[in-house]
Design a protein around this ligand. Sequence first.
Ligand code: SF4
Ligand code: SF4
Length: 253
Amino acid sequence: MARIDYLEFWATKHCNLNCKGCSSCSPIQEKWNIDIEVLKQDLNRLKALKILIDNINILGGEPLLHPHIADILNAVKHIFPNCNLGLLTNGLLIKNMDNDFWNSCVENNVILKITCFPVFSEDDIEQIVHLLEMNGIKYQLTRKIRFNKILIENNPSKMEDILLACGCNHAYNLYGGYVSRCTVPMITEKFNSKFGTNLNTEGKLNIYDATAEEIIDFLMTPNNSCLNCSAFPQKVAWSQAGEYPSKDDWLIG
Ligand code: SF4
Ligand code: SF4
């Protein structure tokens, strides 16, 4: 049976934090909420192909900005009831969530994976933990103060070195009927059109034109989109992109 360990998809592309170097390029994305009917169609296609998915992560942007995030959780679990479902959030909106959301998290056994950026004080984090525990929510907290810049134009490195440095851990991405090995192929067209760069725009496969075996082979095989990634990712202190993001917020010079 064809199997995917981790599948991720964007619930939104926009975010309320707009970090420099965001792997979803949220600071340059338009406001966009996933259409739940399209999501269901795509997940049902993978299910019809008998692809087993062990873990599904919902990403943004900031997924809690989606007005129907509880319906998304319900839809994913309805289609893949045995998957471990995670929701990645920056936590800024957690205190505003309603009972529908909390009930859906409990019923669907969702793990909230919260990245705490330096905008939070220790008190904020304590309050969030208290809220999660009161609502019986499973969670993971990660503190993040640094980002990796990975994108590079005219990459001088060899593919084998790029892949050794790759940090995507086979978390495959699903977006609008296409899959990719990570978020990079899903952002390059937007990046090029915003900044006039020449990043490679290959690396997506239409799941409606492929068999299960072709999808798994495609996801497991490096392709030219990996040439967008440096073999020497650059660590930078976390900061927000501000009103005028620059290509240098992502690109290694
Ligand atoms: S919080 Fe996450 S999704 Fe939002 S801009 Fe930062 S890295 Fe991107
Ligand atoms: S494009 Fe390739 S090298 Fe870059 S993060 Fe994705 S899988 Fe890794």
